[in-house]
Ligand binder design. Structure first.
Ligand code: GUN
Ligand code: ZN
Length: 436
């Protein structure tokens, strides 16, 4: 079965480069296309007329015409323990953390709860067409074990880590510099590189980590340079003031992470809204990734991410839902909100920019573009099949579109999980339950 060849037929769309940099030449679109899969990897992508004769006799072909076939979406920042925090009323970051988030996260100490939330999150992501995500678990070591076990069972390529926090959180939610280090180390040994699982060293943010824990994180990074680092920065004014108060000797917020060796090529820093010129430069020099979380930044009233500035400063950008500060699991909905955030700043985002961002763009920002994010031969066959006319309003609107760019812009602006017909993980089709 492993070496068996199969194929998907439909309208293929994928990226080979950044459309913002090189325009139309960045995408590949094949109206009657065939995606050939062998052993869970892409074997070929191109014209059905050319590839059909190359298939061995009896190779199964799934006909998805007239639907779009794209690489699975990638979400660069999401919190597994917050699926029951989404849509909590009336607070900005620090109050929202204390009043809602830290309350729910304590429940992950209960037997079976992390398993339940992990299964729910993976179901919901896959139903939304997302096949890879960078995931924060809770402070409990078993929350990361539960998430990785569930992801490994499904063979999804996931990045995750146990949150480390040793202050400014309820006692039930804190570890210590030593236990956070030891637990992370154990999880890395158990999960990093096991099947498709990857580990992210996860000090939550400087507000909840003592200098001792930051130093312990630095040791983890030095000992495991192939692991990711994920954390938060410059999201909210009160948060920034608190961070500066706790680390008065640092140049600025980014300087705190720099001082502990946590700003590097594999570092994913959520939000990056209120950045100084020096901080942008520090990111560029370190090759660190700014993670833009549109629905969260709007919902928590945090501010407007300046993507143009990031480009200007040559800082890598990834995009993400940030559930449960964010309000949608859908990367399509996320990009519709990104468009509006850029509109408020006189910037723009074409449908090609948006669809690149959630596939090859995020893969490249994560340094995983040799594995996922496109239909180049040899990439893992994580695939989403989309019906742009899935809703009455969308079918109606599509009556008047004149070209692919317009059709895709309707898909990005009005689309969500209702447009997802099928999701494939390493070539295997899922019979996911629809969420609508
Ligand atoms: N900063 C520290 N923790 C969090 C979190 O859980 N969500 C968001 N949006 N920001 C944070
Ligand atoms: Zn977050």
């Amino acid at each position: 079965k492993d070496g068996a060849i199969s194929a998907l037929r439909g309208r293929l769309l994928w990226f080979v480069d950044d459309p913002h940099a090189i325009g139309e030449a960045a995408h590949r679109y094949v109206e009657d296309g065939l995606l050939v899969i062998e052993g869970g990897l892409i074997k070929a992508a191109g014209e059905a007329s050319e590839l059909l004769p190359t298939l061995p006799a009896g190779a199964p072909i799934t006909d998805h015409r007239p639907h779009l076939i794209m690489p699975g979406f990638i979400d660069a920042h999401i919190h597994m323990p917050q699926t029951q925090v989404v849509a909590s009323y009336g607070a900005q970051l620090m109050e929202w953390l204390n009043k809602y988030t830290f309350v729910e996260e304590q429940k992950l100490a209960q037997q079976g709860h992390a398993e339940k939330l992990s299964a729910f999150l993976l179901d919901e992501l896959l139903a939304s067409g997302t096949t890879t995500a960078a995931v924060y678990c809770s402070v409990h070591k078993q929350s990361a074990d539960a998430f990785f076990a569930e992801s490994h069972r499904r063979n999804t390529r996931m990045i995750a880590g146990k949150v480390m926090m040793d202050r400014n959180a309820p006692p039930a939610l804190t570890d210590t510099a030593e236990s956070g280090y030891a637990d992370s180390k154990e999880l890395i040994a158990r999960w990093h590189g096991k099947g498709r699982q990857l580990y992210a060293i996860t000090p939550r943010f400087v507000v909840t980590s003592t200098p001792e824990q930051m130093a312990a994180s630095q040791r983890l990074v030095a000992e495991h340079p192939d692991c990711f680092v994920q954390t938060h920065i410059n999201e909210n004014r009160a948060e920034i003031a608190f961070a500066r108060e706790l680390y008065p000797d640092a140049a600025d917020y980014a300087g705190i992470y720099e001082d502990y060796g946590l700003l590097g090529k594999k570092s994913l820093l959520g939000h990056c809204i209120h950045m100084t010129k020096r901080e942008w430069r520090a990111f560029a020099e370190a090759g660190a990734v700014a993670v833009f979380c549109p629905t969260s930044n709007l919902f928590l009233g945090s501010g407007l991410f300046d993507w143009q500035r990031a480009r200007h400063e040559s800082v890598k950008v990834a995009v993400a839902t940030d559930i449960g500060g964010g309000t949608s699991y859908s990367m399509l909905r996320t990009m519709a909100e990104a468009y509006k955030i850029l509109q408020l700043q006189g910037q723009s985002l074409s449908a090609f920019d948006a669809l690149h961002a959630i596939t090859l763009g995020n893969a490249a920002a994560l340094g995983l573009d040799h594995l996922i994010g496109s239909f180049e031969p040899g990439r893992e066959a994580d695939v989403v099949v989309l019906d742009p006319a899935a809703t009455r309003a969308m079918a109606h609107r599509l009556e008047t579109v004149r070209d692919l760019a317009e059709e895709l812009f309707v898909l990005v602006t009005l689309g969500d999980e209702r447009n997802v017909v099928s999701t494939y993980v390493a070539g295997e089709r899922l019979s996911h339950c629809s969420t609508n």
